[in-house]
Ligand binder design. Sequence first.
Ligand code: ADP
Length: 630
Amino acid sequence: MTKGNINVSVENIFPLIKKFLYSDHEIFLRELISNATDATLKLKHLTTIGEAKTEYGNPVIEVKIDRENKTLTISDQGIGMTGEEVEKYINQVAFSGAEEFLEKYKDSAKDSGIIGHFGLGFYSAFMVAEKVEILTKSYKDAPAVRWVCDGSPQYTLEETTDKENRGTEIILHIAEDSTEFLEESRIRELLLKYNKFMPVPIKFGTKTETLPLPEDAAEDAKAETVEVDNIINNPTPAWTKAPSELTEDDYKSFYHELYPMQFEEPLFNIHLNVDYPFNLTGILYFPKLSNSLNIEKDKIQLYQNQVFVTDEVKGIVPDFLMLLRGVIDSPDIPLNVSRSYLQADGAVKKISSYITKKVADKMASLINENRDDYEQKWNDIKVVIEYGMISEDKFFEKSDKFALYPTTDGKYYLWNELEEKLKPTQTDKDGKLVLLYATNADEQHGYVQSAQDKGYEVLLLDSPIAPHLMQKLETSKDNISFARVDADHINNLIKKEDAAISKLNDEEKESLKKKIEEAVNDTKFTVQVEDLDSSEAPLLITQPEFMRRMKDMQATGGGGMFGMGGFPEMYNLVVNSNSEFAGDILNNDNVDEKNTKIKYALDLAKLSQNLLKGKDLTDFINRSYQQLSK
Ligand code: ADP
């Protein structure tokens, strides 16, 4: 038997390990299972190249709890270690690795997050165990050995006959303060969190299974139940396979495997697969989002060689894609580093822009493959796409190929189609293309109707970030502008050359304006007399585009020129000089009757703009009933 001191310069490294990232103690299990997996895959490699003269078989990793002896054992059937190798890898190399790691990241550990996810390796066992035993037998012809260390720098190493089969058993004598790791439910939870998709089968406990009855079984035959190994993981998750091997159903069932509590089907998926200039595989899913910007759980999961690392992918995945779900697996994402470093890391930036490009390409191919289907899904994906267009220039540049602009009557245009269709009708006298839109087709119905009567198309831009998108489009595209249908009366929204004909002269208009102002008597409204078609409404409430859009933008963040809540409520009250109503008011000398009529008309205009509420609405209804019974 050998006794020795672990190669250590920091005398008290164990207490340090114990304290290290207190909340992350649970990662010890992932570290040990990673080691077991590595050992198994190494053996697989050695047997395939003929280096190891042994049967690879169907090795499993087993996790076992012994509550009586307060131990947790992780065993593998991998390459194992000889005594010399334990000396070298555990006593010297591994330890100096842990030591170096702690030295380097002691400070940045506070900037928790991704740090602490990897690197402690074998010694993380001491976060939860007061004593650790390694029982190991190499695939080489060498005796098995037992290594024991109780958390002080002293260890013992001796040959043993206790282990006959190839592989390694790590026996953790769980410390008093870590007994949670002797609970079956806790271990199961950890295995499912970190090891659900690891490449070697992991056995934890047993389960009973009912055997199928043979075909010729007697009628009263009872089905037999047997105990079978309970394999926790799926060693070959969908993202490790080639897209050509997978059907649409495979992608869907993997989605549910990933998010067991998610019952809705994803809309579509994007299979990621690069090996140069970095390695990355994964599958991203577009979930049904509609207009909600709120997804807290079921986030994108980050793996490294099938080991779960984190679902905090900020920085690696561009912000707008955080709304997606799925997995990303890359050995090239540096994990031992703090968040701020991660964002500045060149490799990470490349990964982020690769993902952005890939999503853009996928969108373009989806719309080409099946435009109908894509249009139907647009409402659920638009928030992601629009957010991407606002926040990532590279994505915006490609978006003409896949960003749709729907109309209130259910047509969908790509940008170029839209321009081509609208140019002949909606170009104003200065050569600017005016894109009319509604944010709510029902609430703005009257205005939409007026625009459509003129032969104009009205877009439906109803996502919360649409105002930001319009701003972006107006600054990027030549000579276009957006105007909501109620931003002005229709002749003013798209100004044409032909002068409008007026039934009234200037003097009459001035007098009409005065009368209306007196009757309305509200500074919220700026009265403006306009020569509209006689068929148009006599009174119309409009809200200038700029103010309203700024207000909308402020509501979803950004664009706040006036500071929070600094927008005064201002409207224009457009009076149609060519309406019968205008002539009526002008020629009516009964002040009371005239004022009653104007108030009534104003109420109707307010109704049409959803502005008639509360007491005003009740009064209006009562007055209307009185009118009915007259
Ligand atoms: P790392 O895995 O990062 O190298 P560890 O401290 O986890 O660091 O392990 C140190 C070394 O010990 C490994 O590189 C490996 O050679 C050896 N080792 C650890 N666990 C096992 C195991 N289950 N089977 C065989 N070798 C192992």
